[in-house]
Design a protein around this ligand. Structure first.
Ligand SMILES: C[S@@+](CC[C@H](N)C(=O)[O-])C[C@H]1O[C@@H](n2cnc3c(N)ncnc32)[C@H](O)[C@@H]1O
Length: 265
């Protein structure tokens, strides 16, 4: 199914000129979709596998957006007696969103969610713990993607990257479902009143948010990495042999494809 070539094109929410509030509304929509679809069930398995293979239970989530799926994954893992301490980070941290996520009670005193309020660049991260990148690796062209992995190798931190596998099915079908979710979920989105009203305006009156979700999801699915491309990047890293790398796809509707890197003893 990777006969589809990888096409690198820009996503609207990534553009420098995109107003931050629009980016926040968009990444909050992604968060709502995670909640509605229980994607965390499939997304939790690669992290569980990494933790079973000896990865640090302190999780440093890179590119967290408005919180991403990791706090939901933490709950799932907690239910199976796997306890984690999560730190959310981003190049442009959405501090109010991180604050809201960390205020929600962690699933037990053995688990916690905190955040770094300053910029953390995934290509040059100094925070210790198992790095996770959910739904964001495709944003990086191969040289930057390689720098993210190289940084994990150089600092000897375990890494779990989860994205969607590249396939026509996701390009042709998922953007419609995701856009429908934005249209249906807007009234139920928990936002402070001014942003709630802005969301309704930008969903139903001037439908910028549904358009953004449709456009960005088509582009996202076209620029997902295939397994062979991930393998090539991993093979080109300095010191790649000091890590054990696992690349695979979880069975299920999300098409969750993962890359796990664990430092060898
Ligand atoms: C699709 S969004 C959010 C992904 C989030 N994990 C989720 O699943 O909702 C991608 C995020 O990557 C962040 N980002 C882009 N370049 C980055 C970099 N070099 N280092 C860290 N974060 C970066 C953006 O600020 C944005 O919040």
């Amino acid at each position: 199914m990777e006969s589809l070539p990888r096409l690198d094109f820009f996503e609207l929410h990534d553009l420098d000129g995109t107003p931050p509030v629009l980016r926040t509304l968009h990444t909050e929509s992604i968060l709502t979709i995670y909640r509605l679809t229980d994607a965390a069930r499939e997304y939790s398995r690669p992290l569980a596998l990494a933790l079973r293979s000896g990865a640090d239970h302190r999780i440093v989530d890179l590119c967290s957006g408005s919180g991403g799926p990791v706090p939901l994954i933490q709950r799932r893992l907690h239910a199976s007696s796997v306890h984690t301490q999560v730190t959310l980070t981003d190049l442009v941290p959405n501090v109010p969103a991180f604050e809201r996520v960390s205020r929600r009670r962690a699933p037990g005193s053995c688990c916690s969610v905190d955040y770094v309020a300053t910029s953390v660049d995934a290509t040059d991260c100094r925070v210790e713990g198992t790095r996770t990148i959910y739904g964001a690796f495709h944003h990086f062209p191969p040289p930057l993607a390689a720098r993210i992995l190289q940084n994990a190798v150089d600092t000897r931190q375990p890494l779990v990257v989860v994205d969607t596998k590249r396939s026509w099915l996701y390009v042709l079908v998922f953007p419609f479902f995701l856009t429908l979710a934005v249209l249906l979920a807007a009234p139920f989105q928990r936002n402070p009143l001014p942003r709630y009203l802005l969301r309704l305006l930008l969903t139903y009156v001037v439908p910028v948010l549904p358009f953004m979700m449709f456009f960005d999801s088509v582009v996202s699915f076209l620029r997902m990495y295939g397994r062979a491309e991930l393998r090539r990047i991993v093979d080109g890293l300095d010191g790649t042999e000091s890590f054990t790398w696992t690349i695979g796809v979880e069975p299920g509707f999300t098409g969750a494809q993962y890359l796990i890197g664990i430092p060898r003893p």
